[in-house]
Design a protein around this ligand. Structure first.
Ligand SMILES: CC(C)(COP(=O)(O)OP(=O)(O)OC[C@H]1O[C@@H](n2cnc3c(N)ncnc32)[C@H](O)[C@@H]1OP(=O)(O)O)[C@@H](O)C(=O)NCCC(=O)NCCS
Length: 219
């Protein structure tokens, strides 16, 4: 296994959309990650195994073999059909376990997303993505890292609290799907010596704890 954190690229988008859909089913369609990758303020990473092949799931509404419907015929005729972000890729090498992103604005790194495939959760991948996001924020000269999390999402809140995020406010009705409140959490002075020392310790603890290879867990 070649487990790795790297920057997200276009070829990752079918898997990223799949993970997004699983993690945030009420917020479909997902953010336009294709556009996000071209956005100079946005920075996205993926946790992946470069040596493992991604097998896209068969589309639920796939036509039976031998189907020659008009759209397919037209597509072939004009040869204009290119895979979109939401379509499964033919076969991209590298299996993505999860991803995360941030926007950098005026010295503030705003974490927009973090998600791990359900069948690979609770194996330290969320930790690693968040550590990498904080490190990326520091590399980008941010002084503050901030995010919103659903009031009901105690799992994510616990992850953020572990890495020193502190609740600093509540955005009432922040989430458009169910008008749920968003809890605003931040790490201030992220480049300061105490924050960096704490992060180093947490990183070492993570490396000691998660030595075993990542595996798929039936849920
Ligand atoms: C939040 C999420 C990214 C965590 O990913 P993960 O790979 O399972 O997380 P890890 O195994 O690295 O766990 C890291 C920490 O998260 C917290 N955590 C993870 N799963 C948890 C659970 N089921 N219950 C409580 N805390 C949990 C814990 O603090 C944990 O640290 P610990 O193992 O020392 O207790 C994942 O649950 C997810 O994708 N959820 C759906 C998307 C989402 O809600 N994203 C956040 C949007 S703001």
């Amino acid at each position: 296994m070649a487990f790795n954190i790297r920057l997200m690229c276009q070829e990752d988008l079918p898997q990223v959309n799949e993970i997004d859909h699983e993690a945030f089913p009420t917020l479909w369609p997902p953010p336009n990650y294709h556009r996000e990758l071209k956005n100079g303020l946005a920075h996205y990473i993926v946790a992946c195994d470069e040596e493992e092949e991604y097998e896209p799931p068969a589309p639920k509404d796939a036509p039976p073999k031998g189907y020659f419907g008009l759209p397919a015929r037209l597509r072939r005729l004009f040869n204009h059909h290119r895979p979109s972000d939401n379509e499964p890729a033919s076969s991209v090498s590298g299996y993505i376990f999860g991803f995360a992103g941030l926007w950098l604005m005026a010295g503030e790194a705003h974490i927009t997303n973090i998600a791990v495939r359900e069948s690979y959760r609770r194996q330290g991948i969320g930790d690693l993505l968040l550590i990498s996001m904080i490190e990326l924020a520091v590399e980008l000269d941010a002084h503050l890292v901030t995010l919103e999390v659903r009031a009901s999402n105690t799992t994510a809140q616990s992850l953020y609290a572990k890495y020193g995020f502190i609740e600093v406010g509540l955005r009432r009705g922040y989430y458009t799907d169910n008008r749920e409140d968003g809890v605003l959490m931040t790490i201030e002075n992220v480049t300061s010596a105490p924050v960096q020392a704490n992060l180093r310790q947490l990183k070492q603890a993570h490396a000691r704890r998660w030595r075993a290879p990542i595996r798929r867990i039936a849920r």
